[in-house]
Design a protein around this ligand. Structure first.
Ligand SMILES: *[C@@H]1O[C@H](CO)[C@@H](O)[C@H](O)[C@H]1NC(C)=O
Ligand SMILES: *[C@@H]1O[C@H](CO)[C@@H](O)[C@H](O)[C@H]1NC(C)=O
Length: 821
């Protein structure tokens, strides 16, 4: 193309020259001022002097004076530095025209100066830093436009080629545009991988064809955009973790991790559980962000010993990985054995035989292995034992017979322990009440009871209370008291005493008289309410205590009341009697006992007080001094007989004494016949109940001899039968009493027993006689046959049932007294 164009220019120039006589020059741009352009003078064949005075001028077109003419040399020179790129930006051939006017000749010459290009510009890019973003997924061969460079020079000096350097992933392609311009393009030569290199630095060079060539560069930074080309990857394909079942809720079991090489959303991994049953999802919780698997609720080995989960890791681009998680639950001894009573008695009779089944219970432990092995036992020392019936069933049976009276209820504790370590245990209590059986008789608090009861008690007085307890329970322990049958003095015992059935209080039903009943022996029976009832007896002894309720009774001398209408008795004392002469003996009895019957005698009144004295205990009336002539013939002595009761009771005895040498002498002293008979009757009427057995053999023998002698020579003394009053006042017991307590022993008495009927049916008792008349013998208070109330049956004298009168006379006195009759 250049060559034809140049040729055209030559032809045109020649033509122009021919026609116009034009001058043509060329000069490179950017020449300094004054640089030579062409030798105008020579070319116009002008003489130099001519030239100078002909007045030659250069007339430039346009305002700027680019050229000037050097007058001396006739050379055309540059008047300015000329920049071709400035003068003719887009014009291929850049020429400046000017005219040379030769004034002398009036000639005009046209001069055309072509400005030729020099390589004074460098190709340049608009931006020297470029940023390119390319996805790593872009296919190789893809093209990306690059900015082109610019070089204002022309021709070879303008932009000629591009060059790319820096990275093997890229290459350069240059397209020629419609205007022939070059367009560089970036070609992806090799697939990118952001994960390998996220950035690529490239350098684009633009070169012109000058000599030397100039080069412009631009830096291109290729950023590789991430694509989701990496799936998450779990660190392990399978996770296995062992946890004890008692792991606390919320604790983390393990952390699954998956990594994704991508970045951003593509590299963001979320975890999820896949294919989980409801059951499992209730138990475990997977944190979607952290991958933590934690327990959501309490684990139970017995419920499930292992779990399999599938976890999935998914990135933002939807790529995923899955892994298997196996959670193995290990057993912990967290279950205590459970005891359940399947059936149980709440009551058992105390006579249930050994081996009676009381309860059936079931024991189980939800743990496994040794943790679930259960051993059962009973607590304490109880009369029960455990029997394994089968498997996990146990029976509680009685080991021996029970006794409600010892233990009335049991809390049997069944204990079950497993084999864990530490072992867990649990217990169940079996409450068992022992039912009563009437196996205990009432037992009296005392072995025997005795009580003392003062006589003359009020009827209904409480005597004592017996008490019996029964170890049984309820009705079986309800004790009732009853009096056993018996008789006292012919009357049923129940008329004397009664027992209150509920309380055991013993009451006297009537007033008791010691002189009649001295003691009561009875049995009280206690009986419980069982069926059959059990009972026991206890003996009760009631001792009647004497009270001083009987005054002493004077038997001799006969009391005045008994002598009513009859003569008084006299004692004859010889005037020759010395001091100490025994005048008489006051004989008194007291129906009471002990101190109440202990009598003492005192002289209270005497016509001649100094003459007599009375023995305090003996009752003997003796002369205190020798009788003198001055003493009156008739003397009266009053003695008082006192017992020792509290208060003491007393009686008086009046003794009439006649001081005479003989009874005949004394007779005048006795007022009349009546008096004598009265005396007789008084003497005979004295009824004595009690007789002291003469104890001293010596005395009785002497008396016996005397008695025998008198009996042969004399008629027996006449006894006057007693009247009823006397009889009744003494009672059948009297002789007994007198024998025991009242009469002093050194004296002997003649005793005559006479029946009341008045028949002369007397019996003498001789002192010391071995045989005691039946009547006396049977006068035992306990026999109860001789009561004062019982009327005598006629004709039965001498028999045990006959009331008897006993006459006692002082032998030494009666000898004299009766002689007088
Ligand atoms: C048995 O247990 C009950 C209730 O705990 C209690 O009232 C009772 O006293 C206990 N009996 C014995 C004999 O321990
Ligand atoms: C108790 O009394 C009953 C009837 O009186 C009698 O049969 C029984 O033998 C007595 N028992 C004793 C231990 O005295």
């Amino acid at each position: 193309m250049q060559r034809p164009r140049a040729l055209l220019w030559v032809m045109l120039l020649a033509a122009w020259e021919a026609a116009w006589g034009q001058l043509r020059y060329s000069v490179p741009e950017e020449m300094p001022k004054g640089s030579f352009v062409g030798d105008v003078a020579k070319d116009l064949r002008l003489q130099l002097p001519e030239l100078s005075h002909r007045g030659m001028r250069i007339l430039n077109k346009g305002r700027t004076q680019y050229f000037a003419l050097d007058g001396k040399t006739g050379h055309l020179v540059t008047a300015e530095r000329i920049d071709r790129e400035q003068l003719c930006r887009l014009v291929e051939k850049c020429a400046l025209r000017c005219e040379l006017i030769v004034e002398g000749e009036m000639q005009v010459y046209r001069i055309e100066v072509e400005i030729t290009d020099i390589n004074d510009n460098t190709p340049s890019f608009k931006e020297i830093e470029l940023e390119e973003r390319i996805s790593e997924m872009t296919a190789p061969g893809s093209r990306f436009p690059l900015p082109d460079a610019h070089d204002p020079d022309s021709g070879r000096n303008s932009l000629q080629s591009y060059e790319l350097s820096g990275d093997e992933h890229f290459s350069l392609a240059v397209q020629t545009g419609p205007g022939g311009d070059q367009r560089p393009e970036l070609v992806l030569a090799k697939a990118l991988d952001r994960e390998e290199a996220a950035f690529h630095e490239l350098v684009l060079r633009a070169m012109d064809g000058g000599d030397p060539a100039r080069t412009g560069t631009a830096r291109i930074r290729v950023t590789v955009l991430d694509a989701n080309d990496n799936a998450p990857v779990f660190s392990q394909a399978e996770y296995t973790v062992r946890v004890p079942e008692d792991v606390s809720v919320g604790s983390t079991l393990l952390i699954v991790t998956a990594t994704d090489a991508d970045e951003g959303v593509n590299g963001h991994v979320e975890y999820s559980l896949k294919k989980v049953s409801d059951r499992t999802s209730n138990i475990f919780h997977l944190d979607s962000e952290s991958g933590e698997i934690s327990v959501f609720r309490i684990l139970d080995y017995e419920e499930g010993d292992s779990y399999e989960l599938e976890v999935q890791a998914r990135d933002g681009g939807g790529l995923f990985d899955a892994a298997k998680v196996t959670i193995i639950v290990t057993d912990v001894n967290d279950n205590a054995p459970e005891i359940s009573m399947r059936s149980a008695l709440s009551e058992i009779s105390e006579d249930a035989p050994s081996g009676t089944v009381v309860a059936l219970l079931h024991v189980e432990d939800h743990d496994s292995g040794p943790n679930g092995e259960v051993r059962c036992s009973l607590d304490g020392d109880v009369p029960f034992r455990l029997e394994n019936s089968h498997g996990s069933y146990y029976r509680v049976v009685t080991a021996r017979e029970l006794d409600r009276e010892q233990v009335s209820e049991y809390n049997v504790t069944v204990r079950a322990a497993d084999g864990g370590s530490p072992a867990l245990q649990s217990s169940a209590v079996l409450a068992l009440r022992v039912l009563d059986v009437n196996d205990n008789a009432p037992v009296f608090a005392e072995e025997r009871y005795s009580a003392r009861l003062a006589e003359n008690n009020a009827a209904g007085a409480l005597v004592l209370t017996v008490r019996a307890t029964d170890a049984d329970w309820g009705q079986n322990a309800r004790v009732r008291y009853r009096l056993s049958e018996g008789r006292v003095r012919g009357a049923p015992l129940s008329s004397y005493v009664s027992v209150q059935a509920e309380t055991g209080a013993l009451y006297a039903l009537r007033s008791l008289d010691y002189e009649q009943v001295r003691e009561l022996r009875l049995w009280v029976r206690a009986e419980d309410g069982g069926a059959p009832a059990l009972s026991s007896n206890v003996s009760v002894l009631l001792l009647v205590v004497d009270e001083n309720d009987n005054a002493p009774q004077v038997l001799y001398p006969p009391p005045a009341a008994l002598r009513a209408g009859s003569a008084a008795a006299f004692e004859v004392v010889p005037r020759s009697a010395e001091a100490g002469y025994l005048v008489a003996k006051v004989v008194a009895v007291d129906a009471d006992a002990g101190r109440n019957a202990w009598l003492s005698y005192e002289l209270v009144q005497a016509s001649e007080p100094a003459l007599f004295r009375v023995g305090l205990h003996s009752g003997e009336v003796r002369t205190a001094r020798a009788v003198s002539e001055r003493d009156a013939a008739k003397q009266r002595v009053v003695a008082v007989v006192k017992d020792h009761g509290q208060p003491a009771l007393s009686a008086t005895a009046t003794l009439h004494v006649v001081l005479a040498e003989s009874l005949q002498e004394a007779l005048p002293e006795l007022s009349d016949r009546d008096a004598v008979s009265e005396l007789m009757s008084d003497v005979n009427l004295i009824l004595v109940v009690s007789l002291s057995i003469v104890s001293l053999l010596f005395v009785s023998t002497v008396i016996f001899v005397f008695f025998f002698k008198f009996r042969q020579s004399r008629k027996p003394p006449i006894f006057i039968t007693s009247d009823k009053e006397l009889y009744s006042t003494l009672g059948s017991k009297a002789p007994y009493n007198y024998c025991s307590s009242t009469l002093p022993l050194p004296y002997s008495y003649e005793v005559c027993l006479a029946s009341e009927s008045g028949q002369k049916d007397f019996t003498f008792l001789r002192p010391g006689a071995a045989a005691v008349p039946a009547g006396l013998q049977s006068a035992d208070p306990g026999s109860g046959t001789h009561t004062g109330q019982d009327p005598p049956s006629p004709g039965s004298s001498g028999k045990a049932s006959s009331p008897l009168a006993v006459v006692v006379s002082h032998s030494s006195l009666s000898k004299r007294s009766f002689q007088a009759l």
